[in-house]
Design a protein around this ligand. Sequence first.
Ligand code: MSP
Length: 639
Amino acid sequence: MENKTFYVTTPIYYVNDLPHIGHVYTTVVADVVARYKRLMGYDVYFLTGTDEHGLKVEKAAKEKGMSPIELADKVVENYKQLWPKLYIKNNDFIRTTEERHIKGAVALFEKMKENGDIYLGKYKGKYCVSCEAVLTEFQAKNNKCPDCGKPVEDVEEESYFFKLSKYQKKLLEFYEQNPDFIQPENRRNEVISFVKGGLKDLSISRTSFKWGIPIPGDEKHVMYVWLDALSNYITALGYPEETELFKKYWPAKLHLVGKDILRFHAVYWPAFLMSAGLPLPKTVFAHGWWLKDEGKMSKSVGNIVRPQYLLEQFGADALRYFLMREMVFGNDCNFSDEAFLSRLNSDLANDLGNLVSRTLSMISKYRDGKIPEPDRNSEIYKEIESLAKTCGVNWESYFDTYQFHKALAEVWTYLNHLNKFIVNVEPWQLVKDPESTDKLDTVLYVLAESLRLLALYISPVMPGKSQEIWNRIGFDRNIEESPLSFLKFGVLESGTKINAVKEHLFPRIDVKEYFKDADNQKQKEEKVENDNRISIEDFAKVELKVAKVIEAEKIEKSNKLLKLQIDLGDEKRQIVAGIGKKYKPEDLVGRLIVVVANLKPAKLMGVESNGMLLAASGEDGEPFLLAPEEGAKPGYRVK
Ligand code: MSP
């Protein structure tokens, strides 16, 4: 029996940048696949998350005057708020700074080591900070990264190596036996010739920076960020524990990635898994890049497309439709406002929106808002039923082979056939002729039933609007829980009362107005993006006060936490502070400090803390206590 589980993943996103249309794209594709598979009866698990370690994040945080984890927390919030607005329904969101991930990544490292594939050596070469990629002299011609074109850095350090060279033959055999493993075809060929060109052992630890997972037993090394990141696909399922999740969903059916990170997923990742003795994923699919006005999106050019404005103006359904319809999955594609508006006005407002309004207004006018009984043996019924069938068969096969644009084009062929059908059959004439009552009944039924089916076909891409179509035709079901039997023609029951809503499903966009408005909006967005500042009102929300330490003691089992009793002028309080490595409890008693007095209480190692003291954080997180000048008294407000 076919295995009816489907585990789909997105890459985990770096937290040095806010989400842009490229990140949105992969995540939307994963969600569309997940929804399609659920509709086809699969038990789906959909994972996304964030990649938070590495030099790139460490540097970005430093530039912003933050610690890496502060930056990560902030950017993660952005992702977590964005996904539901785009109807992304992931089962889990993994962060590589989470304990469960760190534990699993370390276990994977240890397993590979135990199997004799990891050794300590000296690493000398080039490093691209932007791609987090270790390069050979040959790859980094003219000291530039072959992928992103940015200058590379010289590095020489002690490093742990993974015996990648040992897996060259095994990988080639695996590609040969599993032609679906790397898709699309042209990318598969690229990977195969890369591997045939020879594989060198891979440096998988760093000593030149700190922001990463320490290597077990040799903590001056941190794990190479790609080994750390790739392992997320199994740590999220509970690896190394043999959890139910792991048993049920591993190996993944589909890793979705951009073409720039295919090599990591199609060469390194399967080699790591082989080394650890784990089964390999079924498919790694590499999609192309979204370009802006034919060029690469980049911060310095200022042409990065962010999703917020498009979402607010046109809604998630329209944005998802555009992304899925416009790009040939696997190729690069240009993002232009003109193309976006044209898809909206022509495909959504005209073709789909008009079909819905025309059909429902005729049922309202001619049949008092009730779905009539069709003649299921009539020519008309059979013609539309067969059209629906053909569309369904092609739709399914295109979805199964990840050709989303073709699946949608197929649905639009059906839809436009119906628009022509209305013009040819002229229901407005039929209604005048008493002899044609049955014919009109059938015409109206097949149109409404087609809408029900079309809504289901587009539901993986447009979950919101497809549900709305069902609501409008009075088909009172949750489209996300649609059983397989609903994919057949003829399910809608006659007598069903429709909800003829006046508003258009997709209002037409006035192109001139859009460009005026969009220019203003983009300027605003750029300002927001470049501006980390807060208002004085925001600052005033933080209640900073002078306090005096009355008692201090170490918290058992912690090497840095201290429990302090403090005097805040009009009250006494207990706080916990992570300064015990540098400050002795007895040296703190009697000192004046500054605390955040209106912080929500929290428990640290089981001890309640009702505030936070302020300290500057030095190079290695070493704390430097803040203290007011002499004469200040407990309770004074700091502002
Ligand atoms: N953190 C790594 C992935 C680790 S997966 C174990 C990473 N992160 S990323 O945030 O830089 O990129 C994530 C994904 O976004 C990649 O698949 C990348 O291809 C994709 N995109 C980034 N810019 C893009 C476009 N302009 N267009 C389409 N996708 C692009 O790489």
